[in-house]
Write a protein that binds this ligand. Structure first.
Ligand SMILES: [Zn+2]
Length: 255
């Protein structure tokens, strides 16, 4: 009960950070905000200064396409070694009383696939759910629903990566402890890839095809298992997209 009481106490604060009524859905709010000259000026200022933390007006004004563009630009900065110089403690202070992230990412736990790093983002910019093999379950779907419906995130990126150990494990039918059940969630992707030759992790091309299929499966699973997110996507309030990180280059390829 204590935990529930604590959650109830916190929720109004969270909702206050990114709330909207049914009469004022995010899509319309974003359109209206984008036309507002004050907001437009803030967006221009923020674009010129990518280390600035997001505020409510800015988050409302960002469209799903603009969110994807910002992530692409961040990855270009990352691969070009031109990351934004951020004062992270300044960002901590700016976001301490509220967060207005513009993107959500589901990525693998792989040590090379940290979303904030590969997309060159700072404190308060994005929600990140990480699990080996970038799959979704009820808990992650609930997290994504919170991120988009409650907190105003504009895009969900399912980020797979090359040379994924979880995908290799699924290809090789590895069985070990709790990993067995996790890898089972990637088996449909393994089965969907047509390969008459070597279907083991030794076949690099096969593994990469399975990784891509797994990203597509996760994107489809989000839409199929979350009516909340599907409705938002259908209305154009958010986009749900897949992408693949090449761990040899740091470059993200978009589907
Ligand atoms: Zn992985």
């Amino acid at each position: 009960m204590k935990r529930i009481a604590a959650l109830v106490a916190v929720l109004p604060i969270v909702f206050a950070g990114a709330a909207w009524s049914k009469d004022d859905p995010p899509k319309d709010a974003a359109k209206a905000a984008a036309k507002d000259p004050v907001v437009a000026a803030r967006m221009a200022a923020a674009a010129a200064k990518p280390d600035s933390t997001k505020n409510k007006d800015l988050q409302s004004a960002i469209t799903p396409d603009a969110a994807i563009k910002a992530l692409k630009e961040g990855n270009t900065r990352f691969t070009g070694g031109k990351m934004v110089k951020r004062d992270l403690m300044k960002q901590v202070k700016e976001t301490g009383k509220g967060q207005y992230p513009f993107a959500s990412v589901v990525s693998c736990i792989d040590s090379r696939s940290g979303p904030e790093m590969v997309f060159d983002q700072g404190i308060g910019d994005m929600f990140v759910a990480r699990v080996a093999g970038n799959i979704v379950n009820e808990d992650i779907l609930g997290s994504l629903e919170f991120a988009s419906k409650v907190a105003g995130s504009k895009v969900i990126v399912v980020l797979g990566h090359t040379s994924c150990g979880a995908i290799k494990g699924a290809c090789d039918d590895v069985k070990m402890g709790n990993l067995t059940a996790l890898l089972a969630k990637m088996k449909p992707a393994v089965a969907s890839v047509k390969e008459t030759g070597d279907r083991s992790s030794k076949n690099y091309a096969f593994v990469e095809k399975v990784a891509e299929a797994n990203v597509q499966d996760t994107v489809a699973a989000i839409k199929a298992k979350s009516p909340v997110l599907k409705e938002m996507a259908d209305k154009g309030e958010i986009k749900i997209v897949g992408a693949m990180l090449d761990v040899t280059t740091g470059k993200v390829l978009w589907y």
